[in-house]
Design a protein around this ligand. Structure first.
Ligand SMILES: *Cc1c(COP(=O)(O)O)cnc(C)c1O
Length: 367
């Protein structure tokens, strides 16, 4: 049981997906719910995304695709990250679309489809320059020929790639990758592939590059209300953060000026003051590097973490005669406290890692 409480506004996720559908009116929306929906809870976040208009769901790991089916989702689902140990037969039986990033993986899918007696729906992944998943363009014709030769077992319904620098609008790699992607589409179409969905855009490209929406966009972080690019209108593209993270104040006590606080005394009280002890630490997901950097909020008052983050606790300098009391709610992230971006800036990471870490392995309650 973690000492951090994570509550999620699933209505906000549904509304964010609606907004993203409006940003991509000519494409379908695949809501990326990998990694337990970026810490927001796989099954309820997926249901919210469906309610908001996502006709597709996407997960990296096959077990999450199977978990969505087990939870009763009957729509289109794509999974993309595995080697030849992919549980292909189970995915095909469950009606999950699979990605092929290499010939060995395609061969596994073909074998499994023949075993199961169902034609597998395959999305060919092309590495257009991220150098992560996908076949290099030079190997694409070979992969396509292998799929065509096995047309009793697989049908290529999609082709996709992923951008390296979409969160830097105007970066030259975006157009360069798009050009390689278009060539790859032409290679497939020249071989008679009838692609149902061509897809390239993550959240950043969904918000900033309508010319790259193709048939399907794959936003992740934006559906949780955390746009990865600045809105020129300063309105966060109308997206609402969905996660709230709270802890509780265990102890409040007065100390004199000059008191060193927490391990190593990295913080010293400048004046007589009141300290507050929060009963959550790095074992609960609070970055250790947040000591003396990140802020929390109690009853609308902001306090920076005083000194080092410990395994189960952190200390706050509340100020002399502070109104806080033991038992008060401490907001780490929420509309009434810091944002995930504030934490990311404080500890030198991105808000993606903040929500994955705070949300990871914890029970989520709807607000
Ligand atoms: C994670 C991921 C996305 C979503 O990226 P965001 O930046 O969160 O929008 C889309 N496509 C693939 C292949 C991914 O791995």
């Amino acid at each position: 049981m973690s000492r951090l409480q994570v509550s999620v506004d699933y209505g906000a996720i549904a509304r964010n997906v609606e907004r993203l559908c409006a940003f991509a009116p000519t494409a379908q929306v695949l809501a990326v719910v990998k990694a337990d929906a970026y810490g927001h809870g796989l099954v309820p976040a997926a249901a919210a995304a469906r309610a908001g208009g996502a006709t597709w769901l996407g997960v990296a790991q096959p077990d999450e695709a199977l978990a969505l089916r087990a939870a009763g989702d009957t729509g289109r689902i794509l999974t993309w990250l595995y080697g030849p140990d992919v549980p292909a037969a189970r995915l095909i039986e469950a009606g999950v679309d699979v990605s092929a990033s290499s010939l060995p993986v395609l061969e596994r899918i073909v074998d499994a489809a023949r075993e199961v007696g169902t034609v597998a729906r395959v999305h060919v992944c092309v590495d257009t320059g991220l150098a992560r998943e996908g076949v290099r363009p030079a190997e694409l014709p070979g992969l396509l020929e292998a799929a065509i030769a096995a047309d009793d077992a697989v049908v290529v319904v999609g082709m996709w790639s992923h951008l390296a620098w979409a969160d830097q609008p105007g970066h030259p790699t975006i157009d360069a990758q798009a050009a390689v992607f278009r060539e790859a589409l032409a290679v497939a179409e020249a071989r008679g592939a009838r692609l149902e969905v061509r897809h390239l855009a993550n959240s950043a490209a969904t918000l900033t590059r309508p010319d790259l929406h193709f048939d399907l966009v794959r936003p992740g972080i934006a559906i949780y209300g955390l746009p990865p690019v600045e809105d020129p209108a300063g309105r966060r593209f109308g997206l609402e953060p969905a996660m709230r993270v709270t802890a509780s104040l265990a102890l409040v006590k007065d100390v004199p000026a000059g008191q060193g606080v927490s391990y190593g005394h990295d913080y010293t009280t400048p004046a007589p003051t009141r300290l507050g002890l929060v009963s959550a630490g790095y074992a609960d997901g609070i970055f250790r590097s947040a000591g003396n950097r990140a802020e929390v909020s109690i009853g609308g008052r902001r306090h920076r973490i005083a000194g080092r983050v410990c395994m189960d606790q952190v200390v706050l300098d509340l100020g002399a005669d502070a109104p806080e009391r033991a038992g008060d709610t401490v907001v780490l992230i929420g509309p009434d406290g810091p944002t995930a971006r504030d934490w990311a800036d404080a500890v030198g990471t991105i808000d993606y890692e903040i929500v994955c870490r705070f949300g990871g392995y914890k029970e989520k309650a709807p607000v």
